[in-house]
Design a protein around this ligand. Structure first.
Ligand code: G4P
Length: 196
């Protein structure tokens, strides 16, 4: 998605060889109009797939997921990382280990909002090592829901997540795939390389 690549180049800040900061439009401040175009792109890529629900993870997955839900006209459910006062014991839960942060989080969704009739599209902001997405897929599987695919705003192609998911036969659509962040420069992977 060309507009997203431009946004990453103009507003992103490379923090190291492996981390890019995109607080300006994705992880802190949200540009609603731009986010709407991201939602429309996901909807286009997963059109006519019979999706009944979008599943994401708080917090930064929510904005792109809601915009995709708006375009596809389906509800969006976000897994919580902390148990809330109102989220009771009637839950599906999965453990998500973050290599980046070296910590585990238990993520949960209420059994009230996902079931075996659902056809799920998982959406997240970043795909790095794939652990968050695998946790979300685990939740969908526990509910007996069908997984249609995974939509990612920014994939870091130099980390293992994309390969891990595609090797399992999962349909992954990333709107921008970063090949390298070396020397403070963002290099994108070509569409052909992503599709392999
Ligand atoms: P994984 O799920 O693919 O295995 O990713 P990892 O554990 O490495 O990532 C942990 C958190 O860091 C996730 O956010 C993920 O979106 C984010 N992240 C990973 N790489 C980058 C990066 O290069 N830049 C930025 N900005 N974020 C990155 P999170 O902890 O769930 O945060 P949030 O959703 O509450 O914002």
């Amino acid at each position: 998605m060309e507009a997203l690549k431009q946004k990453i180049l103009t507003d992103g800040k490379v923090l190291s060889d492996s981390v890019i900061k995109v607080d300006a439009f994705l992880n802190h401040q949200v540009d609603p109009l731009f986010m709407q175009t991201i939602g429309e792109e996901f909807a286009f890529r997963f059109a006519n797939s019979g999706i009944t629900k979008i599943l994401t993870l708080e917090s930064s997955g929510i904005a792109p997921a809601v915009m995709a839900g708006l375009s596809l006209q389906v509800p969006v459910i976000f897994a919580r990382k902390r148990k809330s006062l109102t989220l009771n014991e009637y839950l599906y839960s999965a453990e998500v280990y973050s290599y980046t942060k070296n910590e585990s989080n238990e993520i949960s969704v209420s059994k009230d909002y996902i079931d075996s009739h659902d056809v799920v599209l998982v959406i997240d902001d970043f795909l790095a090592n794939g652990q968050a997405v695998l946790g979300l897929i685990d939740l969908a599987e526990q509910a007996g829901a069908a997984l249609k695919g995974v939509g990612i705003v920014i994939e870091k192609g130099f980390q293992k997540g994309g390969e891990l998911l595609r090797d399992r036969g999962i349909h992954v659509e990333s709107l921008a795939t970063i090949a390298s962040l070396a020397d403070g420069h963002v290099t994108f992977q070509t569409e052909e390389a992503v599709l392999r």
